[in-house]
Design a protein. Sequence first.
Length: 117
Amino acid sequence: MTTLPMDLEFSLARSAFDERNYATAVTRFGEVLEQEPGNRLAREYLARALYHRASLGRAIAQCEQLLQADPTDEYATLLLVRSLERHGETERAASLRRQLAALTGDPRHLDNHTALH
């Protein structure tokens, strides 16, 4: 397989994501991360594509990696919460929702979660 320059690979991955071709996006963002494991934007897009594909265990793992690098990443936390909810891990998701609301001061992060009501 021919290795593409990373900027081209990222661009093709982003195009696939924007076209909702999440299978291709997962593959291409994975290739970017093989060459640039610290590329946060590629990891975030990979997590989002995995979420959309309902590859929830893998999406959770990517979100957890993002949060290891930056525990205050609001978007990664919210994506983790939503992935956990879809995966059926409602107690863990509820705990993270409360932490997210406390971290951001935004009570809307508590909305529409049955384990909290």
